[in-house]
Design a protein around this ligand. Structure first.
Ligand SMILES: Cc1cc2nc3c(=O)[nH]c(=O)nc-3n(C[C@H](O)[C@H](O)[C@H](O)COP(=O)(O)O)c2cc1C
Length: 310
């Protein structure tokens, strides 16, 4: 099911939606989401994630949907501090993590698939890692021992008009902008930005990393391409003092997982399958202002034939 979706067009269409009509999800959409979130998925580091649909008013749904919806009558505790308007259904994602491990990258990798699948159904979503009542959602999702609930997303029909708070948030995070290519992607080491047209068809995968969503739109991903082995080494620019990393888990690790999914999935569509590993190649990391850059993971193509030959 997952490979049939044209993810790169969805990656380009997706934009955070914070204003929804208050219509309940149609039974068809509910069923499609339910089966997608329940499907087993392979994640780069083999962690476990679990998703659940939560509805503020499960009693408004068909008996089948009512059976699967977690929820709290009236939705009193399913708040988003006023950031999300009109949504009545949410997807909560759970994982087992100490807050600073690879389960968070796997989590971002898996949850972005869910977000893009919702996009394929024409539904609006917005990653939320900070602005939601974690306790209320944890209760509705029946958090198991050891699980954490790093993020949720509302899911529903976009209103088509942004609320004032949504416009303010987008302006504050400069959500419509992304960092330029030469600040993100390098060849051999951090001194040489990757020249466009030098990595063949896989350039599209880098472009999809560049447009990925990230917490507060901080875009922590940095990638160094090694022309010798055709490997792409992923690094994270952790911002000093960033509040998003002090929620009991490092939210920027989730951003890295999202970028990894955008990269690997687009590479597959360009004809390159690959494998993730974690072995620091020892590339010299210069001083970066406002934080530090650290090695994260490496993507190796299974067949490196045409990478770097253009
Ligand atoms: C892991 C993660 C956590 C996020 N947390 C929040 C949040 O708590 N509240 C919010 O309004 N937006 C949140 N966002 C949305 C980002 O602000 C948004 O993705 C970014 O500004 C880029 O805008 P776009 O999604 O429209 O492309 C989060 C995004 C990610 C990836």
């Amino acid at each position: 099911m997952q490979t049939k979706i044209s993810y790169s067009s969805l990656m380009q269409e997706r934009v955070s939606c914070r204003s929804f009509t208050d219509e309940p999800l149609s039974p068809l959409h509910w069923k499609a989401l339910q089966s997608f979130i329940d499907a087993p998925r392979e994640l780069p580091f083999g962690s476990r994630t679990r998703f659940t649909l939560i509805d503020k008013n499960p009693e408004d749904h068909s008996p089948e949907a009512r059976d699967t919806a977690a929820g709290s009558r009236g939705g009193a505790r399913l708040g988003t501090y006023g950031v999300i308007r009109g949504a009545r259904t949410f997807i909560a994602g759970m994982t087992v993590s100490d807050g600073d491990d690879q389960a968070l990258e796997d989590y971002g990798y898996a949850f972005e698939q869910v977000v893009l699948f919702a996009e394929s159904l024409g539904l609006g979503t917005c990653w939320l890692g900070g602005t939601f009542n974690r306790g209320g959602f944890a209760e509705a999702a029946a958090l198991a021992h050891g699980e954490i609930i790093p993020c949720i997303t509302p899911v529903g029909y976009p209103l088509g008009k942004r609320s004032l708070i949504e416009r303010v948030m987008r302006t504050a995070a400069r959500s419509s902008k992304r960092k330029p290519w030469n600040e993100l992607f390098f060849t051999k080491n951090f001194n040489h930005p990757i020249q466009k047209d030098t990595v063949g068809d896989i350039e599209e995968a880098l472009r999809m990393v560049q447009i990925a969503p990230s917490a507060s739109n901080k875009q922590p991903w940095r990638i160094v391409f090694d022309p010798g082995s055709s490997a792409f080494h992923f690094y994270m620019h952790t911002l000093a003092g960033y509040a998003g990393n002090k929620l009991g888990f490092k939210i920027q690790r989730i951003d890295m997982g999202i970028a990894m999914f955008h990269f690997a999935q687009t590479a597959v569509q360009a004809g390159f399958t690959g494998t993730w590993s974690r072995k620091d190649p020892g590339v010299f990391i210069p001083h970066f202002p406002n934080g530090q850059v650290s090695y994260f993971a490496t993507w190796h193509p299974d067949n490196s034939g045409s990478i770097g030959e253009a």
